[in-house]
Design a protein. Structure first.
Ligand code: TYD
Ligand code: MG
Length: 452
């Protein structure tokens, strides 16, 4: 029997220390050290993939039997995974409490047909799962459910049932007898994850783990967890807004630029395949302070309404506030407006908002942001059948943006009349696109065309 010893482990980064310290020396976080009891004899280090009789092979000796991906039954989820679940892979889904992680995975367990699934919950009782399923109006005769928090029991069941997909709601509630520390601690989470990983790789089972996130918005537990798993997915959005966005931050089997968009309704999460249809208010009376951007988030084009409100600052220091758009970028754009286009906004409050609660990061949104701000400042509405795309540089020039064809095509599909694009974007066929294309070089030019 190995001797037990007490050490302190940073719950943020996994750093160890023999005594308690207030501030972690490796990740600089305060108050993250927690006492944990570990076995003193170091466990044999080694990857989950190693086994007896292992030998190195040449690439051409590896049989490239193309592993069929498992269709997750939810198109938006498949998209984020890069085309479905890969057998033998480990997916970690993080998100704030109440965002809909359990709902999403229960929906998955109940819609995926023809694949054996075990849904293990340490957070909810079987009755609660049943009630939720009733609310979702879904049922399945194949999926198996278990309320369990012991890793050993769970793995014994998995061994016996041999599922193709294992869902664990949440990895923080699982614990193994092999380590002494309490469930949810770094050591427990790390042990349980690598145990599941070992089994998944050996048996070609896909595992989806739900992870809690901490107050900084990172996945709770150490960063090491993100290194162990193959795919890390964040489920974002807040409960007051329309959309829930699934975004992968790491993916060994696909790109990380894909987004999956859902809406939480009465009976569960509904996929939104055409988000643009929902992101533009169908207002027929144009109002000042809004402009529509033809953005690309992930690899899909979106048309999103940007709203701005410019008003005289009541007190000395003007306020700048932004929701869904980078505040520093907003300040930069305001400086450009002031210096290059001669608009004095120095004594004004500027508020910016992106419709639908989305966070956007495409630089091509600059032009619509500036247009919305100016529209509000001048109190002149922009025709709501116009849309904009273009990155604004420090000299007020409008720079070329990527994938212009997709942006123009999406705007045309949604029936826009006119799209303002950077002059430097070549190769877009005017006649074929079915929308009037206005090419612009500088911000002043756009404003002259719009507000004169
Ligand atoms: P949940 O999936 O339990 O979130 P998480 O596991 O991420 O903590 O709950 C999501 C929220 O969604 C919950 O507050 C209630 C709400 N909800 C609906 O609006 N409609 C539904 O059909 C369900 C099941 C939940
Ligand atoms: Mg939950």
């Amino acid at each position: 029997m190995s001797k037990l010893k007490t050490i302190y482990i940073c719950q943020n980064c996994g750093a160890e220390s023999s005594k308690w310290i207030g501030r972690c020396t490796s990740c600089n976080q305060w108050n993250t050290f927690v006492e944990e009891v570990v076995s003193a004899s170091p466990r044999t280090a080694g990857s989950a993939l190693l086994s007896d009789g292992n030998r190195p092979v040449r690439l051409d000796e590896i049989s490239a039997t193309h592993q069929e991906r498992i269709n997750a039954g939810i198109a938006e989820f498949n998209r984020v995974l890069g085309g479905g679940l890969v057998p033998g892979s480990l997916v970690l889904i993080g998100g704030e409490p109440g965002i809909g992680k359990s709902t999403l995975l229960l929906q998955l367990a109940l819609t995926l047909k023809g694949t054996k699934i075990i849904y293990a919950s340490g957070e909810e009782s079987l009755q609660q799962i049943k009630l939720r399923a009733a609310r979702l109006k879904l049922s399945s005769r194949e999926s198996l459910f278990i309320a369990e928090t012991s890793l050993e029991t769970l793995m014994a069941i998995v061994e016996k049932e041999q599922p193709r997909v294992l869902i664990v709601d949440s990895i923080q509630t699982l614990s193994t007898e092999r380590v002494e520390s309490s469930p949810g601690s770094v050591t427990q989470v790390r042990e349980c994850t690598s145990e599941i990983l070992k089994y998944a790789k050996k048996n070609h089972m896909a595992a989806i783990l739900i992870g809690h996130i901490n107050k900084e918005g990172n996945l709770a537990g150490p960063k090491v967890l993100e290194h162990i798993v193959d795919t890390v997915i964040q489920f974002e959005g807040d409960s007051h807004h329309l959309f829930r966005v699934l975004r992968s931050t790491k993916n060994r089997f696909g790109s990380t630029s894909e987004l999956g968009i859902f809406e939480m309704r009465q009976n569960g999460l509904v996929e939104i395949p055409n988000p643009s249809d929902h992101l533009i208010s169908g207002d027929t009376d144009p109002v000042s302070g809004t402009a529509i951007t033809a953005a690309i988030e992930g690899i899909r084009p979106f048309l999103i309404e940007i709203q701005a409100l410019v008003s005289s600052a009541a007190y000395g220091m003007p306020q700048r506030s932004s929701t869904g758009f980078d505040l520093r970028r907003l300040n930069m754009l305001l400086a450009v407006l002031e210096k290059r286009a001669g608009f004095k906004l120095i004594a004004k409050d500027v508020f910016l908002n992106v419709a639908g609660g989305l966070k956007i990061s495409d630089p091509a949104n600059d032009l619509a942001v500036l247009t919305a701000i100016l529209s509000s400042s001048l109190d002149l509405a922009v025709n709501h059948r116009f849309c904009f795309t273009g990155e604004v540089g420090l000299t007020g020039e409008i720079r070329a943006v990527g994938r212009i064809e997709q942006r123009v095509a999406e705007a045309a599909r949604l029936g826009f009349q006119r799209i303002f694009i950077p002059r430097f974007n070549k190769g877009i066929d005017h006649a074929a696109s079915g929308i009037e294309i206005i090419r612009v070089t500088r911000v002043e030019e756009v404003f002259k065309k719009l507000f004169r």
